[in-house]
Design a protein around this ligand. Structure first.
Ligand code: FAD
Ligand code: FES
Length: 1148
């Protein structure tokens, strides 16, 4: 039967009869879609969600905002479906915790999430308004809690006309492709049989289709079979002692079913197991994914492609079973058997999963037989909630009973997954060893040893030792409390089984992600409204999705799409480029296509230029070789992605891939003398005055990717009379203008570059946006058709360059009281293949490094030219590294002398004389030196000296009750360094533009943003640099952390729980424009404090480990890598700390 695709968008019926299943989401058949424009808009009035986003200053670049608005709407709609008591008029049933959790997984690179969380929480029924941050709805003086009104009935999400659409099987045909939606298992079976009879058919079963986010489609299918409309596959049935879950049931629906409250007075242990499983499932992906992702799809991905599934692990521990359909035959298998089978083919269908309702074999209170189930699940991942696969997950189930003086394990199931094995496994050797034995420290010690052997990641898995140590920590955490608490079993009654050894369910579910934080901005009314939190103009249209980014501009007629082919070799001759997929490809543009008289130039700046494409010789992995132009972006991307390039390296020198190799070959870029910072004092003399010296200590700092939400994008439209109009998402459109004219050899006045809005830049759209605009212009010029591109995230990450990696060696002399007398730095900066803006880095680094009085201070910089992509300016370029190195030196001295690190900091603060010596005229006036004031204020406001401070460092390890989560008392403050520049970058443009506007018309009301979320946004980006973001490359320098799966920026669950922001009223800084502050770069530098705090925590853990090993004294100084990721931290704390702890218990 032929049919049409019918769905609704914002209540309007849409009917399509000819659509390509490989490019269109046929999933939407029968669905109603509500977009943020459908909630409200300029014309009909904004929705309260939009108004609150604007009023809480929760939209900056605005690129993430529509998605955030829809997530919030979805959370509100879902909460409305619950049976909770009706909310007050204008309120909702949403809870604060749900509000926060519904943000997790959504990415925002600008705001730092807290203002977004404020918007979400402002709709929650249980919110305390006082907890919400700065906004434009009320202030300190006006305590009126007046939020834009929310009407839960305002939007109808499912129009009546769709209800009767799906009465019969749908078949959609497009050219040779078909999309089927069978309505019964029988129909599905015969469909599969009939397809099997056809030769060479590529068939794809589809449920939620989220799998394509992980496994990119590189093939074209002939037949798609949508499983979601088969009732047997989409229901959950309770059948006797188990529940049967249809394979297409979404993860969200299963969570709800598992959490369902039973009405009996007694909560059974089986119910608690279900709830714990539900709790674990809530950590999978994000709510939006869980709402569509199916259980079956997950298990099939785990079975067929070794996907690191959480569901497989958790269900394995509770002995689940599955039913599969092969042709018309059904078969029931244990989950273990299913996972171990050869990979399913596309004709096998997973129909359902059975989860048993567990109960202890004997649990009769009246007879006082103490048998008990214990169940816990564990998961260590870079983010606790938001879209991060686990390094390792585990689900541990045991039945124990109390015997004389102890506890015996009746049976035990230990499932571990996601650690680099083919699929989740049961640790059989450990289970067999433990069963029937009485629990003791000794027993756990032996079990732990066996587990280390059992959890053995396959070759090529990252951090293998870390992963096995996690397994050990989890088993230890599960078993030890039972040994320790002799009355463990006595404590639990039949009414309150208190299953598990860790948190109770309620604890897990009630812990809010964020606490209320303080933002204090001391503003004066002198220049009213400057300094007031005024709503950013355009914020509401950003929220309603009406703000136009480059890719929102409708494509002109005949518009083509382009995608880059980049080199995967650092230094090689390109002989040939062959396309594997030529579907709809129009042209492959290379440097040969540059018109006569034009230059192969892709970017310029005052220090040099970079070619648009490599010529025969590529200079780095990631360099642009060609631009494939096709009719659709998908076909262009596919053609570029699968292109085969022949590289030749004969007769070529080996590439320069490290700074050391660059030094060996004297491969450097010049730093102009006017940008080379000045040394201070006489280093040798300073060293001679010192009591102690540290020589040649090394620090390595890595790169960081911008992660603007909107990747590089441009649209070039040829115009009459040899003109070119280019829409570019660029921070420096005027430079792009020059580059395009030089490349095409047309006069500059024939080129128009238009930038209306940029979806995040952070420096990455200064130089790096130019080649993207130029490639589109060149292709459009060649083909005389409009050409646009939206660079996919992978290509963007590979070509971007990012922050400068560097190697630093420091030599420092100091007195016994911690006062530094002399310091020397040798700094090797990896600048990549072209100078870009790298010559400014030394100046910026030293500017922030000199925040302490180092006595005599000398340095040597080398700007290394290497075969890497050119590194460019990224938020606080050089400054973040300079400021961090200064802290490392201070920390090192404090450890060396066993002094408090805060004391050493204070000891080396500048006085105004030394400040003048180090900074010359930029030191300003004595009154303007605010660091000591800020320090004192912080000491007082945080009650630093008396504080039992707490920074919880989650390392995926376990609090052994001794110090992995340690009291940390490090707070750092920096001076601000202000550099003026001509780019929209470096947090200086607002200041510079403000001055221009002030001079022009003395009115400054536009472009004033609230400082709070800027500050927090930059701080969070800094946390990303210091703690999370690993911009990894392979040995050829090709970026391999090339997507959100491997590159983790902070999400709401990894930001500070309570960041208190206070801005010093610096009214006396008369030389600054209306006392403005640079709000982007300085807070980013402050994020080094999180790294310092982590170091302090690790120090405690290492000291503890030292004592378990029976050693005296404390551990010496260690370098903590940037980023200090979980494996890095756990490795420094001791991957074998569990064993040492157990040994210490055994020997005491
Ligand atoms: C951003 C993101 C984060 C994620 N994080 C996690 C995580 O932390 N932990 C975790 O466990 N999972 C995670 N996942 C995986 C997610 O759970 C799976 O993508 C999802 O469950 C797959 O279900 P689906 O309905 O979308 O499957 P689809 O994408 O529709 O299908 C996936 C594959 O299974 C096949 N298939 C689907 N259903 C059946 C069936 N009934 N019988 C036979 N074959 C079938 C399809 O042909 C396809 O090959 C994440 C996914 C995303 C996108
Ligand atoms: S406002 Fe969220 S990414 Fe820019």
């Amino acid at each position: 039967m032929e049919d049409t695709l019918v769905f609704a968008v914002n209540g309007d019926r849409i009917e399509l009869s000819s659509v390509d299943p490989s490019t269109t989401l046929l999933h939407v058949n029968g669905c109603s879609i509500t977009t943020t424009e459908g909630l409200g808009n300029m014309k009909d009035g904004f929705h309260s969600i939009h108004q609150r986003f604007a009023g809480f200053h929760a939209s900056q670049c605005g690129f993430c905002t529509p998605g955030m608005c829809v997530s919030l709407f979805s959370a509100l709609v879902n909460s409305d479906k619950t049976h909770r008591t009706e909310p007050a008029f204008g309120s909702s049933k949403l809870t604060v915790l749900e509000a926060e959790k519904s943000i997790s997984g959504n990415l925002c690179r600008c705001t730092g999430y807290r203002p977004i969380a404020d918007v979400f929480k402002s709709f929650a029924a249980d919110v305390d308004m006082e907890d919400l941050g700065i906004n434009s709805f009320w202030n300190k003086e006006t305590k009126l809690h007046k939020l834009p009104f929310y009407d839960s009935k305002q939007i109808s999400t499912y129009p009546e006309f769709l209800r009767n659409e799906r009465e019969s099987t749908t078949v959609l045909n497009y050219q040779n492709k078909c999309w089927y939606s069978p309505l019964s298992v029988e129909e599905l079976g015969s469909l599969l049989e009939s397809i099997s009879a056809e030769n060479g058919m590529m068939v794809k079963l589809v449920a939620g289709n989220t799998g394509t986010r992980y496994y990119k489609e590189t093939e074209y299918y002939n037949k798609y079979i949508d499983l979601r409309f088969i009732p047997e596959l989409s229901t959950i049935k309770k059948a006797g002692s188990q529940i049967e879950i249809g394979a297409t049931v979404s993860i969200s629906k299963l969570i709800l079913a598992l959490k369902e409250e039973r009405n009996d007075d007694l909560i059974s242990e089986g119910d608690i197991v279900f709830k714990k499983i539900a709790s674990h499932l809530e950590k999978i992906a994000s709510e939006a994914i869980r709402n569509v992702a199916s259980i079956g799809g997950n298990l099939v991905m785990a079975q067929r492609k070794n996907f690191p599934s959480d569901i497989a692990t958790v269900l394995l521990a509770v002995k689940s079973k599955v039913t599969i359909l092969t042709g018309v035959n059904k078969e029931i298998l244990t989950l273990e058997g299913f996972l171990e089978k050869p990979a399913l083919n596309s004709r096998n269908v997973l129909l359902s999963v059975f989860i048993p309702c567990l109960k202890p074999t004997k649990n009769d209170c009246s007879e006082n037989i103490k048998t008990k189930l214990l169940f816990e699940t564990y998961r260590a991942s870079p983010r606790p909630l938001g879209n991060a696969l686990a390094y390792l997950n585990a689900a541990l189930l045991a039945e124990i009973c109390h015997v004389d003086n102890g506890v015996v394990i009746n049976c035990i199931q230990l499932a571990f997954g996601s650690f680099g094995a083919k699929h989740a496994i049961r640790a059989g050797t450990v289970e067999n060893y433990l069963v029937g034995k009485k629990l003791s420290v000794d027993l756990i010690y032996e079990a732990v040893k066996l587990l280390r052997v059992a959890i053995s990641p396959e070759n090529g898995t990252s951090h293998p030792a870390y992963r096995s140590s996690l397994a050990v920590s989890f088993l230890f955490d599960f078993l030890l409390p039972i040994v320790d608490a002799d009355d463990f079993i006595h404590k639990s009654t039949c009414n309150n089984p208190g299953i598990g050894s860790g948190l109770t369910i309620d604890d897990c579910e009630r812990t809010a992600l964020l606490s209320s934080a303080k933002q204090v901005i001391e503003s004066s009314h002198e220049h009213y409204p400057v300094g007031q939190p005024i709503i950013k103009s355009g914020a509401a249209i950003q929220a309603s999705g009406e703000a136009v980014f480059v890719d929102d501009i409708p494509s002109p007629l005949n518009c083509l799409r382009g995608a880059f082919i980049y080199s995967i070799k650092p230094l090689a001759r390109v002989k040939n480029i062959k396309l594997k997929s030529e579907k709809d490809v129009n042209s492959v543009v290379t440097f040969h296509d540059i018109p006569k008289g034009g230059e192969n130039v892709g970017a310029i700046n005052r220090f040099g230029q970079e070619p648009l494409f490599s010529n025969e010789l590529t200079q780095c992995a990631g360099q642009r070789i060609a631009f494939v132009v096709a009719e659709t972006q998908k076909n262009a991307d596919m053609a570029a992605d699968t292109a085969m390039v022949d590289y030749y390296i004969e007769d070529l020198e080996p590439p320069i891939l490290t700074v050391e190799q660059a030094v060996e070959k004297s491969s450097f870029f010049e730093v102009p003398s006017f940008l080379y910072p000045s040394q201070v004092g006489d280093f040798s003399k300073g060293m001679a005055e010192s009591d102690h010296q540290i020589h040649c200590e090394e620090i390595k700092l890595p790169s960081q990717y911008y992660f603007y939400m909107e990747t590089q994008t441009a649209l070039a439209v040829p115009d009459e009379d040899n003109c070119m109009v280019v829409y570019s998402s660029s921070q420096v459109p005027e430079f792009a203008h020059v580059v395009i004219s030089r490349c095409l050899n047309i006069p500059e006045h024939n080129v128009r570059v238009i930038t209306r809005r940029v979806g995040g830049g952070f420096g990455g759209k200064s130089i790096k946006a130019m080649p993207v605009a130029t490639a589109c212009a060149l292709a459009a010029y060649k083909l005389r058709r409009p050409v646009r591109t939206y660079v996919n995230r992978k290509t963007d990450m590979i070509m971007a360059g990012g922050r400068h990696p560097m190697k630093i060696n420091y030599t420092v002399g100091f007195k016994s009281n911690g006062k530094i007398t002399a310091l020397h730095l040798d700094i090797l900066i990896n600048a990549g293949m072209s100078p870009d803006v790298s010559p400014i880095i030394p100046w910026n680094m030293i500017g922030s490094f000199k925040k302490y009085n180092f006595g005599a201070f000398s340095f040597d910089f080398k700007l290394c030219k290497t075969n890497h992509s050119s590194k460019s300016a990224m938020r606080a370029p050089g400054e973040v590294q300079g400021s961090f190195i200064a802290e490392v030196v201070i920390e090192h001295i404090a450890t060396y002398l066993s002094l408090d690190v805060g004391f050493v900091r204070e000891m080396n603060f500048h006085n105004f004389d030394s400040l003048k010596l180090f900074y010359g005229n930029s030191a300003g006036e004595p009154l303007e030196y605010t660091l000591p004031t800020i320090w004192d204020k912080l000491m007082k406001s945080s009650n630093f000296d008396h504080r039992d401070g707490s920074v919880v460092v989650e390392v995926g390890g376990i609090e052994l009750g001794q110090g992995l989560w340690t009291k940390v008392r490090v707070i750092q403050a920096d001076t601000l360094s202000m550099v003026q520049g001509g780019f929209t970058a470096g947090s200086t443009t607002s200041e510079a533009s403000c001055e221009a506007v002030r001079l022009c018309c003395n009115v400054l009301v536009e472009r004033l943003v609230s400082l709070k979320e800027k500050i927090e946004g930059a701080f969070v980006q800094g946390i990303g640099f210091f703690m999370l973001e690993e911009y990894l490359t392979n040995s050829d320098g090709l970026v391999v952390a090339d997507g959100t799966w491997t590159y983790k920026i902070p999400t709401i669950d990894t930001i500070p729980k309570q960041p208190n922001v206070q801005i010093l009223n610096s009214g006396h800084h008369k030389n600054r424009v209306l006392s403005s502050k640079a709000s982007g770069e300085p807070p980013l530098l402050l994020a080094a404090s999180v790294h310092c705090a982590t170091r302090a925590a690790i120090k405690e853990a290492r000291n503890q480990l030292y004592s378990w090993k029976g050693l005296n004294g404390s551990d010496s100084f260690f370098q903590l890598d940037v980023p200090a990721t979980m494996p890095v931290v756990k490795t420094l704390c001791g991957l074998d700390n569990v064993e040492f702890y157990l040994q210490s218990l055994l020997s005491s």
